[in-house]
Design a protein around this ligand. Sequence first.
Ligand code: ARG
Length: 566
Amino acid sequence: MKLKKEISKIIAEALEQASICVDEVSVNEATRPEFGDYQYNGIMPLAKMLQRNPREIAQQVASLIKTDGMIAKVEVAGPGFINIWIDSHWLCDAASVMLQDEHFAIAPRENPIRVVVDYSGPNMAKQMHVGHLRSTIIGDTLANLLEFLGDEVIRQNHIGDWGTQFGMLVAYLEESGLDEGSENLKDLEQFYKDAKKRFDEEADFADKAREYVVKIQSGDAHCLYLWQKFIDISLGHCEEIYKELGVGLAREDVRAESFYNERLPLVVDLLEREKMVEVSEGARCVFLSGEETPVIVQKQDGGYLYATTDLAALWYRSEVLHAKRLLYVVDARQSDHFKQVFRVAKASGLVREDEQLEHISFGTMMNRDGKPFKTRDGGTVRLIDLLSEAVARAKESINSKEEYSDKELEVLAQVIGIGAVKYADLSINRESNYIFDWDKMLSLEGNTSLYQQYAYARIMSIFRRYGGEIGNTISIDTEIEHRLSLALLRFEDVLEKAAKDAAPHQITSYLYEVATLFMRFYEQNPILKEEISEEVRQSRLALASLCGKVIKQGLAILGIGVVERI
Ligand code: ARG
């Protein structure tokens, strides 16, 4: 249900009846209960334009708003605000419809678009680091979200699998005869260090490494075989992490840097044809107005760069994948890179004018003392260790009256631990840096995944105790029921806005509001106590049921699971 749009439409109609022309009417959620449920504050600028008294206009418009359906009451407040109360009967019906509909009464998109979400993008030569963790979590959420709303989502994992380091790594792999399951390659960081040491200390090895770079790039079968093997092993490690995280990135989603090799010279040709290339110190560059540094697309020695590959990828995504919206979930340090390649892609016609290119930037993950997240000796934190620690800590923190089998405890710890890591990341505005704090993220108090999971389990426990069938009809008697129903009906509005802004934290804030309202509703409005009538009980059970569904679906979009009992 697009609540805001419906209410805005009613206001627009009233304005029209008052012969006032407005391009777009948009209401806001009221910030305080005494302001009603929604508020329209567009009258003041209008009055200024018309040189009329705002309160007078507001009065006139308010009197023209019909109060026999969705809207129960309107009031003019302050200098000319229109406060709007939603009718409880209308709310009951809408909430009941939502409860009965598998897709939360969210209508299919009128114009679904094809969206590419570029996320995760680890480098095969190095260990996946915390920056990739954030990209993976945020990107996966955005992909789930857009898919849920009906867009056609194409996930792209732009892994770094090309470049000079691979000569050295592949030569070292050949020498040490490592196989898939080998312990040694499990720690890519160490493997890299060992290879580098050998490269620096032994001239013969260094020569071979250099020879292998050339051979890989010129398509030598043996070297390409080794390279592929190396990539497979390395990618296998990333996939372990995806699996642990419950992230939906598959092999088919990989479009590695090397995938674009054949397009690279074509990109440079096209830019040349568009007369955008200038040679500077032997390198082919694109200079952009207002930018100090040019985009280098080809080095003096003929090699291509990260930017060239991204231009080729933009082209592919536009020309072959027909994407209309392209999201790049990459950390903030690459802002300039994306700003520049997007400009070049648009100016050269590699992508069409109407295609929406967005860098979904995010900040750095910090320690509790405000420093970038590192191990004690300053090394990169192995993500797989971080995730195991999350599960272990979750297991320790489970302090429940329930009896669990070992198997159940495993599942519970997994759902809670991984959920906590993801939720903590998603619940802050992605642009900010964020402090990784185990205690906070595993807390039952506050805006955490555990709080949501607990609310969900609480609802399930009510149903278990009740034992009977739960109906679909919601009726509203109390203030808190009104507020909870209204919050639940805002689900679609919240998801749409979060999708537009690519802002997962808007979903977590919303879920927090829903779970908090549910807890309050449950405290104030008994469900299972004998003193209430069966009819009221049924309605409250139905409201709890819708609440559970919204929490579960909201968390599923964030890639977080629920459990039936905690
Ligand atoms: N591999 C890159 C890195 O680790 C991230 C790739 C992001 N995607 C892209 N199309 N450039 O920095």
